[in-house]
Design a protein around this ligand. Structure first.
Ligand code: ADP
Ligand code: MG
Ligand code: MG
Length: 875
């Protein structure tokens, strides 16, 4: 079996498509080698070894060691250096790389092959003792930490103390003597922590490091990350061993990270950072503040490298047809590429890049549509800070991940869990590291003092879609007192729990809570959505009842209201008393009196919605929830009813008592109310139709109104109600009915209705699947009580996903299929829609497309998500 795949500029055993075998990094290196880019030579141990290793007591199959040894010889021949040789030592990096990018989960060991003897050889050979010693001290530190598990803080403390003692501001100010002293102390730490002298045998170093990478697959950090991101546990990581190149060889050397386009806003510009005379993770770790890559052009020693980088940028984007995130190192004026991968980007950037790449003929429209994760689209719609509000900007950092967020200051990722119980949290730290990922997930926003646009905090936040401001250098965090101050502002002191606002689009940090507004949608977004609309088969409607929501949904592209929950309109304070009066009325007369007071409100609401929708269909769902939701609880509320209705208080109280239900969710609700008290649904019919007529006449638009009856379980129910509505309509609608088109239909939200769809469709002109109740009744799972165990069910794999979030296609889905089939058999032009919470879930949208529904309806912010998901379903 071939366990080891080699690569070097111009040659590779593997290819760029072999991600699952070589890991993302290994596959990227193979691809770049085949493109003849300057990649330092190396080899990759395949991912399947990772599983073998953990299942077989940390051993390897036969041949692995031989194959590695052969590859080392090849590297020696290619470089003219020898592993462990005292005069011309071959130095290696040992890198991890899973098939799916797991940023920062497993660490890299650089400069492997250095020991007390080879370091002297390296110093002589390069005539640069300082460089050799710097590399050695880094190696001991990384090897000690990553491979042997020694606390990084122990090394950092030594480095820090020495720098202070010698008066050095940064690492590069340390001289050979200083470094020599640090190395001695590092070795001491190594000895006391592990009981071993620092390992001198280079083969042992190599296998320790390789083992450590495979072991790290199962460390807590990696396991948590996989769980959070739904990455399977058995795919394993590959290990890449590669010849070192050195960015720390002086001022003609450097290391950096570049994105082929701006990953924050998508602008087609080179974007990134570099550090002169530095190695490896110095750039991302925020140890020194890196320089903007644009500055590289004008540095005399680096200008040429910049041009070469831009050439590689075109080659790599052309090859991968996607934005790349590239790691490079310059060693004494020679450029090497160490890694490339598809860049993580904000949702804004993803849209712009996809649309731009169509214009540049890199992608087709269809490919562009498939590039965007529908879930991420809702980020674009998220509120920005209201520019007219008064802003108290206290400091500024880098706009690392767009969007605005407000919340309580929290200074430690570990505290976010608890604090978030009390409200939104903004995590504020010096910088972040992989241990903080869990806390970052919980936080609504992230603010760091150090680190650039490619720092851990920035990359992770962009991936999560969480607003972030990084590198806000003027904040001073006092961890002990849990407070922060701003350099140059003596007045301001913010404590844990104080509210701040960050704007990840501008980098501004503000004191207090800021008002936010809906953002402008970009031209590229509109273009992409246009393509989506041209591609999709489903109509996307919205669940909304307030004019504000309806307006917003229309702006987001809703082609109608699929669910207008009329009862929501009754909760407002000027109406609730009348509503109660109506429910508690002791006879039909009193009830009608109350209804007469309600009708103007309802008609006015509907008129506004029809006007906004301007000819698009509006589905009005009649009163549905259990009536007890409206009932008064406090004495003064009852008094108000007495006052407004003139009814006797005792009568009201008696009626209240009589209305108690053991299980209101399955009690007197939905169409049952409409059957028992016909005047209620008649009032709603009248309000809808009169509003439709008025709007149609006033603005000469055709109004299409769908009257939707909830909670139907028998044919007889819909038959009775349909007849009443038709009789009323006959009276109300003008002889020339053309301007108002109405239909009567049902929600399918009870299993019996789904099964009886054929009979129900005789009277219903449309179905809308109310998948919240349908899920609840299909599973026998109370949606108000499920949260206490649904998480547990998900964790132990009883269910895949919360069925209230993503449609249960097996069970609830089967009911939908049955209802569609039986309904359409009765009425071939039956209109079919889904209007549960799941209507904004991309996978559920795909299901709706597949079973042949005509529309889905979802909350306003999810309309674009559903549009894109519907397009992807059609591709
Ligand atoms: P990560 O998965 O965290 O990105 P990498 O394996 O890419 O880890 O290593 C991190 C950094 O180490 C790289 O960005 C690069 O700067 C440095 N590095 C890795 N391999 C080499 C090498 N062969 N020569 C020089 N630097 C290297
Ligand atoms: Mg790393
Ligand atoms: Mg890397």
């Amino acid at each position: 079996t071939k366990w080891v795949y080699s690569f070097s500029a111009g040659n590779a055993d593997g290819t760029g498509t072999m991600k699952s075998l070589l890991g993302g990094k290994g596959a990227g290196l193979a691809a770049m080698s085949l493109l003849s880019l300057p990649v330092p030579p190396g080899f990759t141990l395949v991912t399947s070894l990772c599983n073998y290793f953990s299942l077989n007591n940390q051993t390897y199959p036969p041949n692995v060691k031989d194959q590695v040894a052969e590859n080392i010889v090849s590297l020696e021949n290619l470089t003219g250096r020898t592993f462990g040789n005292e005069s011309k030592p071959l130095l290696l990096s040992v890198r991890s790389g899973a098939p799916i990018s797991m940023p920062g989960m497993m660490d890299t060991v650089l400069n492997l092959g250095l020991n007390d003897k080879t370091v002297i050889g390296l110093a002589k050979e390069t005539c640069n003792e300082r460089f050799a010693l710097d590399s050695y001290r880094r190696f001991i530190q990384m090897f000690g930490n990553v491979v042997m598990g020694i606390d990084m803080g122990l090394f950092e403390k030594v480095l820090h103390t020495k720098k202070e003692r010698y008066g050095c501001k940064t690492d590069i100010d340390l001289t050979s003597e200083h470094l020599q002293a640090i190395i001695e102390e590092y070795k001491e730490i190594f000895k006391t922590q592990t009981g071993l002298d620092f390992i001198q045998d280079v083969d042992t170093q190599l296998w320790f490091a390789v083992n450590a990478v495979f072991k790290s697959w199962n460390n807590d950090r990696a396991i948590t990350y996989r769980k959070l991101n739904n990455i399977p546990n058995d795919i394993g990581t590959a290990v890449t061993v590669q010849c070192m190149v050195f960015g720390n060889m002086g001022n003609t050397s450097a290391t950096g990270v570049v994105f082929t386009r701006n990953p924050s806003d998508g602008t087609n510009e080179f974007y990134g950072e570099y550090l002169v005379n530095a190695q490896g993770e110095d750039v991302v770790a925020g140890i020194r503040t890196p320089k903007n890559i644009q500055l590289m052009q004008s540095e005399p020693e680096m200008g040429e490298m910049y041009l070469e980088l831009t050439r590689f940028r075109t080659i790599l984007e052309g090859h991968f047809k996607d934005v790349q995130d590239i790691e490079f190192t310059v060693q004494q004026g020679k450029l090497y590429i160490l890694q490339t991968r598809n860049a993580k980007r904000s949702a804004t950037a993803a849209v712009k890049i996809a649309v731009d790449m169509v214009a540049e003929e890199i992608l087709t429209e269809q490919e562009a549509l498939l590039r965007i994760d529908p879930h991420s689209v809702s980020q674009l719609l998220h509120p920005a800070i209201d520019p007219t509000g008064k802003k108290i900007v206290i400091t500024k950092g880098l706009p690392a991940s767009p969007g605005a967020a407000s919340g309580m200051l929290c200074f430690s990722a570990a505290d976010t869990d608890e604090m978030s119980q009390r409200g939104n949290v903004i995590l504020c730290t010096e910088e972040t590291s992989p241990e903080d990922v869990h806390g970052m997930h919980i936080s609504k926003g992230i603010l760091t003092k150090r680190g650039g646009m490619t720092s851990h905090a920035a990359v992770v936040a962009r991936g999560m879609g969480t607003p972030a401001v990084t590198g806000a250098g003027n904040i001073n965090i006092d961890l002990n007192k849990k407070q922060l101050t701003i350099i140059g502002n003596d007045e301001l002191l913010l404590k844990e729990g104080d509210i701040i606002t960050i704007d990840g689009s501008t980098g501004e940090v503000m004191n207090g809570l800021m008002k936010t507004i809906d953002p402008d949608l970009s031209l590229e977004f509109e273009t992409l959505m246009q393509w989506a609309d041209n591609t999709k088969k489903l109509d996307i409607l919205t669940n909304a009842e307030t004019p504000l929501d309806v307006q917003r949904a229309k702006r987001f592209g809703a082609k109608g209201v699929g669910l207008c929950r009329t009862e929501h309109m009754f909760f407002q304070s000027d109406r609730i008393t009348i509503m109660r009066e109506m429910i508690l009325a002791n006879n039909a007369d009193n009830r009608r009196k109350a209804l007469d007071k309600l009708i103007p409100f309802q008609r006015e609401d509907f008129k506004q919605i029809f006007s906004i929708m301007n000819g698009y269909p509006v589905t009005i769902r009649f009163l549905d929830p259990p009536l007890h939701e409206f009932l008064p609880e406090k004495e003064e509320e009852i008094d108000q009813i007495v006052k407004s209705s003139g009814m006797d208080k005792d009568v009201i109280k008696k009626k209240l008592n009589g209305m108690k239900e053991a299980n209101p969710m399955l009690g007197l609700r939905g169409c049952r109310v409409g059957i028992v008290y016909p005047e209620i649904y008649l009032m709603q019919s009248r309000a809808s139709l009169e509003a439709a007529i008025q709007v149609a006449e006033e603005s000469k638009i055709e109004v299409e109104v769908d009257l939707m009856i909830p909670f139907i379980s028998t044919e007889e129910e819909i038959k009775i109600i349909k007849k009443q509505i038709d009789e009323l309509a006959e009276k109300l609608l003008p002889k020339d009915k053309r301007l108002v088109k109405y239909r009567v239909g049902t929600m399918i939200e009870l299993p019996r209705a789904a099964l009886q769809a054929g009979a129900i469709a005789k009277h219903a002109q449309f179905f809308s699947f109310g998948t919240n109740d349908l899920t609840q009744t299909c599973f026998g799972l109370s949606r108000d009580d499920a949260s206490s165990f649904i998480d547990h069910y998900e964790n132990i794999g009883v269910i895949d996903k919360d069925p209230f979030v993503s449609l249960d296609t097996d069970g609830v889905g089967e009911l939908i299929k049955i209802a569609v089939e039986r309904g359409v058999k009765t009425r071939s032009d039956l209109k079919l829609c889904l209007c549960g919470e799941q209507g904004g879930d991309p996978e559920s949208v795909k299901f709706c497309h597949d079973v042949g529904l005509h529309a889905v309806s979802c909350s306003p912010f999810l309309v674009p998500v559903a549009r894109l998901a519907a397009a992807q379903a059609a591709l």
